[in-house]
Design a protein. Sequence first.
Length: 336
Amino acid sequence: MSNQILPLVWALLIAFGVIMYVILDGFDLGIGILFPWIRDPEHRAMMMDSVAPIWDGNETWLVFGGATLYGAFPLAYSTLLPALYMPIMVMVGSLVFRGVAFEFRSKAFKSRFLWDLAFSGGSTMAAFCQGLILGAFIQGHLLIQGLDQSFVWLTPFSMLTGIAVVFGYALLGSTWLILKTEGDLQKDMYQAAKILLFAVAIFMLIVSLWTPAMYSEIQQRWFTLPNFYYLLPLPFFSVLTVFYEAYCLNNPTLKNEKIPFILTIGLFLFAYIGLGISIWPYIIPRQLTLWEAAANAKSLSFQLIGAIILLPVLLAYSIYAYRVFRGKVHPDMGYH
């Protein structure tokens, strides 16, 4: 495989691992974000039970994405981690708090409120930090000489994307619970999803306009002819998805319980594709291209053998786990 193709293959593998993590871990982080708004202990138990068998497997995709970035693009890895050290460490710590809460909450009684706080706070902070990292990544100010790298991630744009990710994950969590629950909790999630969908649509609009406004290169890519016509289907289908999801949420039936969750995943995919179009061909926007940051061809080829073995295993495990736990969650019974 040529030196030009290998970095592209690895970029696609990393992109796949990242979006798998965002979708799969996004909805269980979203459940933690929604936790403070649900007071009924029985409903909270159902929320936890809906993700208890699968949450730890979801985070495997984060490890896959980080490990492949380190092996395939070491220069990008060594640039991103020091610049984003603080939000990454806070994110990891938050994920640890959330993981411990999963294990301890069901066994605690007097201290259960503390584990609820750890679960909710850890989920919200992890989501917010991921949004901060995303915003700093899009801005790309990570290699500018003389710039203080300590707080390069802390900008108005990154704060906006941090809040946007929290709302996006909450929407994923609410639509997941629509799929997995019944009765009053499901009704509450329908109501929550309506509000969250509106907020997510607003955030998507702001970020979509702010990003090209920051950089003329991105503006030209999206708004000059004939690119405008080629790329127009992406925002068109995003808007269509928002309206159709709003329709489904306002007209709940047994047949369309799955549709809001699927459409929310679609919104994340559209946003992800839009991000890829905006930053191409950079792995660190306007700083390092895929080919400048890639490891040598022999190293990429050798690691590709491991990826070819590992990726089907991860996919098979995920598919099997979700197939086994595909039913509804019931009070005091878990999956049934």
